[in-house]
Design a protein around this ligand. Sequence first.
Ligand code: ZN
Length: 246
Amino acid sequence: MLIALFADIHANREALTACLADAAEQGAERLVFLGDLVGYGPDPVWVVERVAQLIDDGAVAVLGNHDLATYDASISLSAVARAAIDWTTHQLGPAHRAVLARLPLEVPDEDRLYVHASPSSPADWTYVLGAREAFHGFRATRQRLTFCGHTHQPALFSETASSLPHHHVPAAGRPNPLLPHRRWLAVLGAVGQPRDRNPLACYGLLDTTANRLTYVRVPYDIDVTARKVLAAGLPTALAHRLSTGS
Ligand code: ZN
């Protein structure tokens, strides 16, 4: 089975549309959304409605901290993220909030686990940025494969018997073999706001038969999204960072 994994869409309609089209072209049979559907970007209503449709059709989705922040004011965010969430909250209606409020923190699926932040404590929104965080993540899960997002930076960790997990920065478009006798923690890059100096939208394709994970980079019309960010009155930094991937 080919599973497409999408993290950190952040209300970026153009990036999500491009990634969904690419995944369909590749033959993805299952879609998984790893949290942060909204926040930062200019199209929260469209993204929530699109993902809600896909959930109705069998897609899996988990909760991100920005999703939670639309209905829980106690979530701590940076000033820019808070300004964007305040704007986002005004755009969403009760039906959109209900979609977000139904998202679980994590979803186990056979030998896989889907979660937005570190599985070590999903509700604390810990970033898996390096081997030490990955180590705690591995300790908290039994599944062979864990998929998360949150950092907006692609990374792949494999568990080792005696030392910290191996940290690998995956190259785009190249299948990574997930050797079956090891456990793996994959941090997907962001669909809608990459921060690895590559502005192309990022999503993952997992081939469960061949045991391979590919990080796919997809071009989209960044100028359109950036113009919408500015037109919405969102912080200008949110428009500029889309073209630098930072
Ligand atoms: Zn995010």
